[in-house]
Design a protein around this ligand. Structure first.
Ligand code: NAG
Ligand code: NAG
Ligand code: NAG
Length: 363
């Protein structure tokens, strides 16, 4: 090797970003957005006192300690990371975190799409802003080309919207029924903002979108506990809102695919999957699907699980329960749901399963 060439190589190496070693062609990162169903610790690090799943019995089954997750164990994104042979994706605000090569999790408990609804939470807009901040850091670390390639191959996962409609219902308890036009305006704002956020991520190179739709929010122990008297298995109004929203999400994704070249997506019908487990609990191995494992009040539907100063009850075996607390699943339920999202039938996850979306080759 001529010395001139050696000097050229040295200069070249020292000018390029530290980790310009190309990632394997099949490397797929996961960027995760959403609410408490996907929160792996963002809320813990958000300095709102008393927020975040930071006390027993959260985490008791798998982590053997509170792990910032609203469950006795792993959440859906944890199982998905396992299927993709990645380590658990850390929360973006975790102190000292600086390597985003495998992806990162921005989801935070209480998050809504509409920014006014729950001021103390990290709403979807703030999560997308954190993502944009991360993209800049990623470009500095990997260089523009490598970062761009990572972003376009990555999967972007969402669980969002449920809190927007639960908040709407809560704010209008014991009031005259909401008019159809009010509901449709509200939904239009939720879907409009959601669309804008998808477009922002697409603008940064994102192509693979995986959306868990809004669940049967009227059947959560927490929602049932808002109403006095017997509401049966589920409260109607929130159920209808969730269904309408989910139909809207399907429409906007179809539309985005027709407008944006290379846009691919997967919708997981969490609504149907969860509702099935509420009705046919025995078929899925749950002894109890209507009452929470941990909490107080009707259906153990008050969010007192883990809260000091409340005499909350905890069940003996969380795997007997679909709901670990008033609004969140047991690890056993999360595992079943994650498996359906990853490789369930097309009646449950479509037009692509998450696994097919993950493997989809991006030019
Ligand atoms: C939370 O507080 C710590 C210590 O005061 C600070 O370093 C951190 O930046 C804060 N995090 C957020 C998200 O505000
Ligand atoms: C970041 O993590 C990836 C995957 O674990 C690893 O290959 C890479 O070397 C890490 N980069 C830095 C700068 O530590
Ligand atoms: C986004 O939500 C806000 C309310 O938070 C609303 O004023 C605005 O019109 C919505 N944007 C779109 C594009 O729907």
């Amino acid at each position: 090797m001529s010395s001139a060439f050696a000097i050229f190589m040295l200069t070249f190496l020292s000018l390029s970003p530290s980790s310009s070693v190309a990632l394997p062609d099949n490397h797929v990162a996961f960027f995760i957005f959403g609410d408490s169903l996907y929160d792996v610790g963002m809320t813990l690090y958000n300095n709102v006192s008393g927020a975040g799943a930071d006390s027993w019995p959260y985490g008791e089954t798998y982590f053997k300690r509170p792990a910032g997750r609203y469950s006795d164990g792993r959440l859906i994104p944890d199982f998905i990371a396992e299927y993709a042979q990645l380590p658990f994706l850390p929360p973006y605000l975790q102190p000292g975190l600086s390597n985003y090569t495998n992806g990162v999790n921005f989801a935070s408990a209480g998050a809504c799409v509409l920014v006014e609804t729950r001021p103390q939470t990290i709403n979807l807009k703030m999560q997308v802003d954190y993502f944009l901040q991360m993209v800049e850091k990623l470009k500095k670390q990997l260089g523009d080309a490598e970062a761009g390639s990572l972003l376009s191959k990555a999967v972007y996962m969402f669980s969002i919207g449920g809190n927007d409609y639960v908040s709407l219902v809560e704010a209008n308890l014991n009031k005259p029924a909401l008019s159809a036009s009010y509901k449709s305006r509200y939904m239009g704002m939720v879907l409009g903002n959601l669309t804008a956020h998808f477009r922002t991520i697409y603008g940064q190179g994102g192509r693979k979108f995986a959306i868990q739709n809004v669940g049967p929010i009227g059947c959560m122990p927490a929602t049932k506990a808002l109403y006095s008297g017997n509401v049966g298995n589920c409260v109607k109004e929130p159920q209808l809102l969730a269904k309408m929203h989910n139909a809207g999400v399907q429409e906007i994704l179809k539309k985005l695919q027709s407008q944006l070249s290379g846009f691919e997506y997967s919708i997981f019908d969490y609504y149907a999957s969860c509702a099935n487990r509420i009705i046919y609990n025995n078929r899925y191995g749950f002894k109890e699907s209507k009452i929470a494992c941990c909490g107080t009040g009707p259906y153990d539907g008050f969010f007192t699980c883990g809260k000091k100063g409340t005499d909350f009850k905890v069940c003996g075996d969380p795997s007997d329960y679909l709901w670990f607390d008033a609004g969140h699943h047991s690890e056993k339920a999360n595992r079943q749901l994650a498996q359906l999202f990853w490789e369930g039938p097309s009646s449950i996850v479509a037009p692509l399963s998450l696994k097919d979306l993950y493997h989809k080759h991006m030019p």
